[in-house]
Design a protein around this ligand. Structure first.
Ligand code: SAM
Length: 269
């Protein structure tokens, strides 16, 4: 009971911070404040369906609002589970006049090809085929109820088969990737990175997973696939400092674990 109350106070404080920062002529304090409250309401309704936290979702919405209008393209989400973050992204897409593409198998993770370890303690994460399965109808229902379904297109299937069929001229103004597995993240990068416009952000939800973070610093991967240097990843290791991780790291280190998140990003240069 006390934890719930404390969380609510923290959420309200975050909404206030969200409203105060990043104000523009289109999205001033009160518009951002009411958006923040709406996102908080959605999160409280859908938190059982969510593998991302409220502060992480606020960061994603903030990032959409900050995308320069000169950067064209859709918002692309890779890995939606039951669609809790998709709801937020759809709201962001709608109010900025963009489309949200939701890529997922809607059958959960594929068979993991290699282990992924937590950076903090080296523990192997227990990923299994079919984990995080959310059906397309469930995700659609959540977005219809709380988000903006008219701005959403679903792309069903494993990334390795669906991404290669997308039109060459399809462009993204932001990517949110939360696909857990090394092979899945590599598939996303191989096909979607070239579609991400320069100056646009790529968010990764595996900030604390060693083998996934490594990809963003892997010279060979970037040279072979894109003839460029690795971009790196802001927040790799501990996540963006959102002071609300809510995940296992609190058990690993009760003090430090509270300060991070699972979210990291890099802007395409
Ligand atoms: C951790 S969940 C996503 C959680 C979600 N972002 C949230 O905030 O609630 C991982 C998702 O990635 C999807 N996924 C992982 N690898 C995939 C692949 N290769 N192809 C399609 N979907 C994949 C799974 O089906 C699952 O829905």
């Amino acid at each position: 009971m006390l934890t719930r109350f404390t969380n609510l106070i923290r959420y309200c404080r975050l909404v206030f911070l969200f409203a105060r920062t990043g104000r523009t002529s289109d999205f001033g304090f009160w518009r951002r404040f009411s958006l923040g409250l709406k996102i908080m309401h959605v999160y409280l309704k859908l938190r059982k369906d969510s593998a991302s936290t409220f502060p992480e979702q606020l960061v994603l919405l903030d990032a959409i609002l900050r995308i320069n209008r000169s950067i064209s393209g859709h918002i692309a989400e890779f890995g939606c589970y039951k669609g809790a973050a998709s709801v937020i992204l759809s709201i962001g897409a709608k109010i900025t006049g963009r489309k949200l593409l939701v890529f997922d198998s809607f059958e959960g993770l594929p068979e993991p090809a290699e282990p992924v370890r937590n950076i903090a303690n080296g523990a192997i994460l227990n990923y299994r085929k079919g984990m995080y399965a959310g059906s397309l109808s469930h995700v659609r229902q959540n977005i219809e109820r709380y988000g903006e379904i008219t701005s959403v297109e679903f792309v069903q299937g494993y990334f390795s088969s669906t991404l290669s069929t997308r039109q060459n001229n399809e462009k993204y103004a932001m990517i949110f990737e939360d696909a857990d597995l090394v092979s899945s993240v590599k598939d996303v990068l191989k096909y979607a990175w070239p579609k991400l416009n320069c100056g646009a952000p790529f968010f990764c939800h595996e900030a604390r997973d060693l083998e996934v973070c490594e990809i963003f610093f892997d010279s060979d991967f970037w040279r072979v696939n894109f003839s460029c240097r690795p971009p790196g990843l802001v927040g790799a290791g501990m996540g963006l400092p959102l002071c609300f991780s809510g995940f296992d790291d609190i058990r690993i280190n009760p003090i430090l674990g509270r300060f991070g998140s699972c979210l990291a990003y890099v802007f395409k240069q």
